[in-house]
Design a protein around this ligand. Sequence first.
Ligand code: ZN
Length: 342
Amino acid sequence: MKAIVFEQHGSPHVLKYIDVPQPAIKPNEVLVRVKACALNHLDIWVRLGLPGVPIPLPHIPGSDVAGEIAQVGSEVTSVRVGQKVVLAPGVTCGKCPACVSGLDNRCRHFTNLGYMIDGGCAEFVRVPEVNCLPYPENLSFEEAAAVPLVFQTAWHMLVGRAQLQPGEDVLILGASSGVGSAAIQIAKFFGARVIATAGTDEKLQKAKRLGADHGINHKSQKIREEVRRITNKRGVDVVFEHVGTATWDESIASLAPSGRLVTCGATTGFDARIDLRFLFSRQLSLLGSYMGTKSELHAVLKLVAAGRLKPIVDRVFPLAQAAAAHAYLESSSQFGKVVLRV
Ligand SMILES: [Zn+2]
């Protein structure tokens, strides 16, 4: 089969479009003919290499897959050959207390497709049967592939961790990212007031079309001052963080008393400091969030199928041009998801 493979970490040029053997499935697994694979910031981290994370090389990246079942293992009962599927990116042991409680993103063996195991930037990918999710028939393969990772992440952050309530104010950083564009829609679905940040006025207009009530241009405006103005000096109940060092101080300063900051990433760096007097006297909560559970993804896909949440696809590249797609994602000029068509 054709696949995008890298044998060493580095710039997008390490991504090669080559022939590799088709994966062999285990009895509890399915082989999926990939139709589309969406990119995430995780793909860039995996390609660059992360300290202390021994990514197996050579490696096929890609976490977000939509396609059709090509082959099923002898123990598989819930899907059949030819069926369209979206795949849950998280692969876990399925047996530990966390997994059997439905909190599979807390599994010690958690990994994503394309992270510690081969992923979907290929004509075929193998996954456990339990990772097959119902296909939302209202979406193209490119749109369907754009759903799983960012929507499960944003849902777990806002609903699972921050427990967002109707009427609350939420500050969503990086509205033009995949996770930001998902978070705006989820926050509006739960009846919150959304303040979104982006680096251009054009991106802020797009954020407003997705439902954001207010926009802050983080290049020309100071986030904490605009939040104070919009909330009548009160601050927001929830800050949706994934940017890291570049926005951390603004995020903390934007919280209302007993506000919650929830973070899933550190795109601009992982060094952050906090004044503990501010933390305890204002009774703030700092919440870490990692990926999401399969049950949350089932909930998300119901709403996607009903048209209540929709993936935003910025641009589609052919699989062979994965290097160009990575470079485009790194340029941060997109609004929504960058997807590879297979
Ligand atoms: Zn487990």
